[in-house]
Structures are given as structure tokens and as C-alpha cells.
Design a protein around this ligand. Structure first.
Ligand SMILES: Nc1ncnc2c1ncn2[C@@H]1O[C@H](COP(=O)(O)OP(=O)(O)OP(=O)(O)O)[C@@H](O)[C@H]1O
Ligand SMILES: [Mg+2]
Length: 369
């Protein structure tokens, strides 16, 4: 049995189904992220695990115990709330030490562990300050130190790094992952930052409107999104509408529009490795949607490639160039590695090419008819 399980867990606020029957099993030592847009029910889910919000329905177990109705302080979880309330009248060190005092840890041990926790969040020099004397990001790091110092069996983090600058945030992500691996704490982190979720989690749970739409490793969620929502919420995606014109076992030929057929732009898609066999039951004449990531597209000379396009705008991202193109299948986003060469300019005519393997069939968009 998994370490933490949620079975058909739901929360309604009046008519609003904030969380609508979710099932989730988290293994001991796993780092799982809840990812989804604002209002999709991430905090509500985390708060039900913490015990601060009562479930409307469903069951939560921790290490084989039913904790659905256990009081928060009896669950023994470490929590960093979205609004990380620190004790205002206590110094940084006292804030971090508080949980250890409550657990009866002796003074010498307490001091040692507080110092260690503050060093991890790079706040050792501010131990004597009060919360009002700290920046937002510094307060947030005190909240993280306060949660990890008690070495809880489960660490619940709600947007723990939302106030940190990009550099510190990246450092803290590495630190958090390292601490988590070292002490083996089962961690559930809420974030709406997809790159954060992808970079530090063992698995991501993608939520939409109170439901889970996909649970997968970061790599699979990115490379094999199961539906339109996941493909567009995790990373960027070009969606292409097409019609199946031929099918030969695993291989499907898709026409992306009459003009394109003339230019040889019939995409060939192999359904091998398509997870649950999305290509199953697809027939000639079916309308389908394909997804391709911007970095899987390659720009080439006009007349070459599978499609032609016109650069409408470009953005310099440092290591990459992001191009917006106009094409016969609509707007396309293309992301190219910056290899130091002169980029394509706005207004340029280009060819767009890709490997047939890079296309993904989006299952739920499949319409028979
Ligand atoms: N106490 C409450 N009473 C009524 N509605 C609530 C309450 N708490 C949350 N909601 C609603 O439930 C839904 C889910 O809220 P929740 O806080 O879980 O979202 P979230 O995914 O954490 O969003 P964010 O990324 O903005 O923090 C929202 O529509 C919210 O307005
Ligand atoms: Mg929230």
C-alpha cells in the first residue's frame, strides 16, 4: 500500500466543486507536485491532506492509518502555507525552533538543528531578525526552514518559492530536492510554475477544474501529454488539425489540409509508444488533433521542409530564439537553439520541418465521423 493515499477525495464550497473526486497514491520518499492553473483546487487538496479543510467526501490514509478526520496537529506533517504566516513576535531562529520545542527536543539539539536549517535556506546571518525586518523572499525561506527542521514524514509545500527571484529560486529548488533526498521526506508541493514542477518532482499531478487530468513522470507528461489541456499547460504546444487518410497497422497518415497535401505535407505518425495506444480505433476519415512542441520544429530555407511560413515576430531568450510564424495551418511557435548564428528576421519566408516521430496524437480530440 502506498504511503499516502487519497481515495475519491472531494471538497465542495456550496455549489462549487473545488475538488471533485481525486485519487492519488504517493510512495514513501516520493516528491510529487500538484500543478495546474489558478483556482483548480491545488491548495484545497493540500489543505485536506494537512487537515485544515474537511473533506466533503472520500478517504485519506497515511502509512496505513485513516487520517481523514484526524486533527491537523495529530497528523505530524510539515507545512509551508501559501500565505506563510510567521510568528511576528519571534525572531527567525525562534520561529524555526518553535516546532522542535513543541516536540520536546532539548536546547543543544534545537540550536544545532535550527542553525542547520537556516544554513540550508541561506539565512544563517539573519537568525536574530524579526519577520517584519525581512523581505518577502526571506520570510518565505524562514517558512521552509520551519517546516523542514522537524523532519516530518510528509512535507506539504504550497507555492513555497513564489516570492524568490529566479536565481535564488533555482538554488532553492536544488536545495529542496537535495534535502528531500537526504532525509527521504515524502513531499507534496503545489505550484503553478510548470518548469519548477518538471525540474524537481518524481511525478507531476496535473489538475484542471478540481480534477486530475494526468499523473506522470515529468518527462512523460511533457513528451506524452494525454490531452489538449496537459499539452498546453506543460510547455508550449502547436496544435494541428488533420484528417486520417491512410492507416497501415501502427502507421497513420494524416492530411493537414488540401494545400499541404500538394506540397507533400502529409504527416506520418507512428502510434508506437503512444501510451495507452491512442491510435487504437482510429480510422480513415477521422478528424484528429496533433501536437508538436516548438523545439521539435526546425526552420529551413523557403521551399524546403513540410510547411512554409512567415516570421511574424521573434523573441530572444538567451539560449534560444522563439519565433512566431504564420502558416497555412495557423500560427506556429518554433523554438531554436541559439548557436550564435544570425537569427531569421521578422518578415522572413522560411520552411518548417520536423521528424514524424515528434508528432503526438491528442486522444480526447479524436472525433469519429
Ligand atoms: N473557503 C472557500 N469558500 C469558497 N470557495 C473557496 C474557498 N476556498 C477556495 N475556494 C474556491 O475553490 C477553488 C479552488 O481554490 P484553491 O485555493 O484550491 O485553488 P488553487 O489551485 O490553490 O489556486 P491558486 O493557484 O490561485 O492558489 C477556487 O475556485 C476558489 O475560489
Ligand atoms: Mg493555491
Amino acid at each position: 500500500m502506498s504511503f499516502l493515499t487519497l481515495t475519491d477525495v472531494s471538497k465542495s464550497f456550496g455549489d462549487l466543486h473545488a475538488v471533485a473526486g481525486i485519487n492519488l497514491s504517493v510512495e514513501k520518499g516520493e516528491f510529487v507536485s500538484l500543478l495546474g492553473p489558478s483556482g483548480c483546487g491545488k491548495t484545497t487538496t493540500l489543505q485536506m491532506i494537512a487537515g485544515f479543510i474537511e473533506t466533503t467526501r472520500g478517504r485519506i490514509t497515511l502509512d496505513g492509518r485513516d487520517i481523514t478526520h484526524t486533527k491537523p496537529n495529530r497528523r505530524g506533517l510539515g507545512i509551508v502555507f501559501q500565505s506563510y504566516a510567521l510568528f511576528p513576535h519571534m525572531s527567525v531562529a525562534q520561529n524555526v525552533s518553535f516546532g522542535l520545542e513543541m516536540r520536546g527536543v532539548d536546547k543543544a539539539e534545537r540550536n544545532h538543528r535550527v542553525r542547520e536549517a537556516l544554513a540550508l535556506v541561506r539565512l544563517d546571518s539573519l537568525a536574530h531578525r524579526f519577520p517584519r525586518e525581512l523581505s518577502g523572499g526571506q520570510r518565505q525561506r524562514v517558512a521552509i526552514a520551519r517546516a523542514i527542521v522537524i523532519a516530518p514524514p510528509v512535507l506539504l509545500l504550497d507555492e513555497p518559492m513564489s516570492n524568490l527571484d529566479a536565481k535564488l529560486r533555482e538554488d532553492m529548488q536544488f536545495e529542496l530536492r537535495a534535502i528531500q533526498r537526504k532525509i527521504g521526506t515524502t513531499t507534496i508541493m503545489v505550484t503553478h510554475d510548470q518548469s519548477e514542477a518538471l525540474s524537481i518532482s518524481d511525478r507531476v499531478v496535473v489538475m484542471e477544474a478540481g480534477r486530475i487530468t494526468q499523473i506522470d513522470t515529468p518527462y512523460r507528461a511533457y513528451e506524452r501529454p494525454e490531452n489538449r489541456f496537459v499539452s498546453q499547460f506543460i510547455g508550449k504546444a502547436n496544435m494541428l488539425a488533420g484528417t486520417v487518410v491512410a492507416r497501415d497497422g501502427d502507421a497513420i497518415r494524416i492530411d493537414l489540409g488540401q494545400d499541404l497535401a500538394q506540397t507533400g505535407s502529409i504527416a506520418q505518425l507512428s502510434s508506437r509508444g503512444q501510451g495507452q495506444g491512442h491510435a487504437h480505433g482510429i480510422d480513415v476519415g477521422d478528424a484528429v488533433t496533433l501536437c508538436i512542441r516548438p523545439e521539435k520544429l526546425r526552420l529551413c530555407a523557403p521551399g524546403e521542409g513540410r510547411l512554409s511560413g512567415n516570421v511574424t515576430s521573434r523573441f530572444f531568450l538567451g539560449s534560444q530564439w522563439l519565433y512566431r510564424l504564420d502558416s497555412r495551418v495557423g500560427e506556429m511557435l518554433v523554438c531554436c537553439q541559439n548557436e550564435g548564428n544570425e537569427p531569421f528576421s521578422e518578415g522572413a519566408q522560411v520552411g518548417i520541418d520536423w521528424h514524424a516521430d515528434s508528432l503526438r496524437l491528442i486522444a480526447e480530440e479524436r472525433a469519429h465521423g
